[in-house]
Design a protein around this ligand. Sequence first.
Ligand code: HEM
Length: 336
Amino acid sequence: MQQYQRYLSFTRLLLIWLFVVILAGSIVRTTHSGMGCPDWPTCFGNAIPPTQEYQVRFQADHEYRKGQFIIYNDSLKYANKTFKSGAAYNPADWQQYEKNNYAKFNVYQTWIEYINRLTTGVLGFIIIAHIIWSWRLFGKTRRSILYWSLSLSLLTAFEAWLGKIVVDTNLEVVKITLHMLFALLIAAVAVIIIHKVKAAPKVVGKQLKWLSTITLLVVLVQIVLGTEVREQIDEISLALSYTSRELWISRLNGWFEVHRDVAWAAAILCVYLFWQSLPHKVLQRTAFIILACVAGTVLLGLILMYANIPAAVQPLHLLLSSILIIALFAYRLKVK
Ligand code: HEM
């Protein structure tokens, strides 16, 4: 029995780590660090990125490894062989990097992006360990759990590939949204595994079933609307060189008003769902998480709107809305 408990705790850890990855990704975005590493999976051609500007500038009499990057004449170059440089830059030793030409170095952006990649890497290890554990515990008895665990790795591999595309195409916004929706899908799979292993009896209630399904769908729509608003913010902020934050909200189009209005519908549904869940002990905890998350998300949304989109609030708004939808999904699995 204890081994199941430990497996459950590990799956919960996986779920929590996914939220850490979502948060890290959002911090990358709000600090504009996505291109902090112009290449992938290395960063400026290194396993550990540079910490000083001079490391990415041409250095005379320096040993360069094949694939190492420098910024030269506002352009990204990489060493086409391992060599020792002479007194002056020799074009024959270097190749122009073609995938993008983000020829800037900002140590904070580079390290934020790098830490983001590390959190994703740790997630990869957690998922591999999860598959091995699932195979040992359920390989012969409940294969479906093993398959769900395997699907975590497939989805994550796709997500990593999408991450690479995002970098190679200089952060094209639609792909960023897809990237986020996939992260939510991976979290949903983790919730399914927890639900299956716990095998707790479901609450029977037609009204609760419908109410939770509708709330889940409304929040999903709200998240897609949110990513639409966020894509606009990305464009507006870029056009204003990430300054004049007081102008960002006023430049949003009608999707923002829809997002703001649907928020109230989502909030009312969540409060009603909480209220309806009170008589059911098994639902109370998840219902409380839903209530807390929706209150937090709406509050942070209002702060975004009235306080000119403070950078620190952006990742929190995303984090709470992600936890909200996953909690709603977990809730939905508990009723039939
Ligand atoms: C149930 C309630 C809500 C949910 C689930 C929700 C969800 C989201 C999501 C997922 C994003 C995209 C964030 C990102 O990709 O970084 C977003 C962005 C945004 N939301 Fe909401 N939201 C809610 C309520 C509100 C409210 C009430 C407001 C304000 C009136 C608001 C204002 C914004 C703004 C301004 C953005 C763009 C922020 C940015 O670019 O980082 N949201 N929302």
